[in-house]
Design a protein. Structure first.
Length: 114
């Protein structure tokens, strides 16, 4: 599967952004999809995941601020990010886990100004 992430940009602290991850095939049966991020000088970390059945999971650092969702008809996963903080600045990567294989999108840069 090929994943195309979009929606990143520059936003002030406290603002909002919505990231999109469009897949080139049906996502309705993909076991789990999610978003990861990598800040400068840091390792890539999990942000949020959503399973084929719609169950969600969030990193503690984004709980209550970020919401993951998906639209199977559009083969797209979204990440609504509210109350953004400077420390949310990172490249955000879309991920799909299929048959225990990981597929990655190209990443989209989110920059939060303080």
């Amino acid at each position: 599967v090929q994943l195309q992430a979009s929606g990143g940009g520059l936003v002030q602290a406290g603002g909002s952004l919505t990231l999109s991850c469009a897949a080139d095939k049906s996502i309705s049966t993909i076991f789990v999809m999610g978003w990861y991020r990598q800040a400068p000088g840091k390792q890539r970390e999990l942000v949020s995941t959503i399973t084929y059945s719609g169950s969600t999971n969030y990193a503690d650092s984004v709980k209550g601020r970020f919401t993951i969702s998906k639209d199977n008809a559009k083969n797209t996963v979204y990440l609504q990010m509210n109350s953004l903080k400077f420390e949310d600045t990172a490249i955000y990567y879309c991920n799909a886990n299929i048959g225990f294989q990981n597929f990655w999108g190209q990443g989209t840069l989110v920059t939060v100004s303080s």
